[in-house]
Design a protein around this ligand. Structure first.
Ligand code: AMP
Length: 434
């Protein structure tokens, strides 16, 4: 199977060749012909499967072939996405695939000035990628009109519902013409989403490229059961032993900032990506991580969508997400497009219940591995007890010895924060991620 046989035009084929895509992914094979045939589509596909090209390529082609001129403030194709990062990511793909087609495209999202967005909307936009909140703002100011939309895409629809965008989506839908093509992409289709799909889609083709809530088979999962207070040292140990570009997930913004400060103090180039950061800081952090200038990006779940880095070798869950589906999304940042990836989870006391939920969702146990001396006492790890010989109960004692030998790092060798080491040596302190 190649892209030509999917019926794509020469301009798109050249763009795909330039992007280095030889073979369409399964979602592209199934979705592109349906979309080109004008059908509505409900597609079950997780991130990393190539779903963006699955909707962007046929829509770009249809817009080109229709040959209509967009009117001022008008929009011809609207892609709704949950997060700013995903909006920027989808825009980059649309521009890459459509660079020979002379179609206009813009992303509008919150956290940055409205002015350039209003100016772009005033000229009319062939492909608009938007987060629901900012789009509503611009609609209320009559800066943009959706009455001419011919194609609507809901990307990562499950996430949009999780983030409470359902009322905004319903209000946006009221402004769209009934005659349009609608495509819905989602990792999962919970009943609420199916209800929404019923009201939005007409006789949709259904495409399912991955078993529900699965992670890519190319990702190796490792679970380290660990005391919460030792997680930061364990992270350091991991990064020293296997230096590589790593995306670290923290459940909280505050936790993400603390991990970054800790890693910085050990000479690791790291940055935080979360909702309290300005859009400029988020863009800078993501850009630095993509270029390799930043080695460790510490992100919260809100920022996990849209982080698309070629061959990202490893993701570390500094703590596990409360919502099991978020594990799938976090892990989807590695092992993309067939590359191999590693997903490491530091599982403390509080995380253990979440671990069970994740394993239930994935319908598979995740491999436990000991990490140096960082072993959680067994009394809080019943699943490990089951497979080991019973041992006499011993009250865990605070060690006065170093928990492990942290390899000297250049920054440390230059006399950088010694007090951090002594704190970690005490093995005390509060849980860093909360
Ligand atoms: P997505 O699921 O749309 O976020 O895409 C995941 C990654 O796969 C992105 O980095 C794309 O550039 C890449 N990709 C998409 N389609 C293909 C393809 N047919 N061949 C190689 N890489 C692809």
């Amino acid at each position: 199977m190649n892209f030509e046989s999917l019926g794509l035009c020469p301009e798109l084929l050249r763009a795909l060749a330039a992007a280095g895509y030889d073979t369409p992914t399964p979602i592209q094979v199934k979705a592109i012909p349906e979309v080109l045939a004008g059908h509505d589509l409900m597609a079950s596909a997780q991130t990393g499967t190539g779903k963006t090209a699955g909707f962007a390529l046929p829509i770009l082609q249809m817009l080109k072939q229709a040959g209509e001129r967009v009117v001022p403030k008008g929009v011809r194709a609207l892609v709704l996405v949950p997060t700013r990062e995903l909006a920027a990511q989808v825009l980059a793909s649309v521009q890459r695939y459509g660079n020979e087609l002379k179609l206009s495209s813009t992303a509008i999202y919150g956290g940055v000035s409205e002015r350039p967005q209003i100016a772009a909307a005033a000229r009319g936009i062939d492909v608009l990628i938007a987060t629901p909140g900012r789009l509503m703002d611009l609609m209320q100011q009559n800066a943009v009109s959706l009455s001419g939309v011919r194609h609507l895409v809901l990307d990562e629809a499950d996430r949009m519902l999780d983030m409470g965008f359902l009322p905004a989506i319903k209000r946006i839908l009221q402004k769209l013409p009934k005659q349009r093509q609608t495509l819905m992409f989602s990792a999962t289709f919970a009943p609420e989403l199916r209800d929404l799909a019923q009201t939005m889609l007409h006789n949709p083709a259904e495409v399912d490229v991955s078993p529900r809530n699965s992670t890519a088979v190319t990702v190796e999962h490792r679970v380290h059961l660990i005391e919460d207070a030792k997680k930061r040292d364990a992270l350091l140990h991991l990064l020293h032993n296997e230096p590589r570009q790593t995306l670290v997930f923290s459940r909280t913004k505050h936790g993400a900032d603390k991990v970054v400060r800790f890693l910085d103090s050990y000479g690791f180039k790291s940055a935080a990506l979360h909702g309290n950061k300005s859009q400029n800081a988020r863009t800078r952090a993501l850009g630095g991580f993509k270029s390799g200038e930043i080695q460790i990006l510490v992100a919260t779940d809100i920022a996990s969508r849209g982080i698309d880095i070629k061959e990202l070798p490893a993701v570390v869950n500094f703590d596990l997400p409360n919502v099991p589906e978020d594990y799938v999304h976090r892990i989807g940042r590695t092992g993309r497009a067939g590359a191999s990836g590693l997903a490491i989870s530091l599982v403390g006391r509080e995380d253990q219940a979440h671990l069970k939920g994740i394993e239930r969702l994935l319908k598979q146990p995740l491999k436990r591995e000991a990490l140096g001396n960082f072993v959680l006492p067994e009394r809080v790890a019943p699943e490990v007890q089951k497979v080991r010989q019973p041992q006499p109960q011993r009250k865990p004692q605070r060690s006065t010895q170093p928990v492990h030998a942290v390899h000297p790092h250049p920054a440390r060798a230059q006399g950088r924060p010694q007090q951090r080491q002594s704190q970690s040596q005490r093995g005390g302190g509060r849980s860093p991620g909360r």
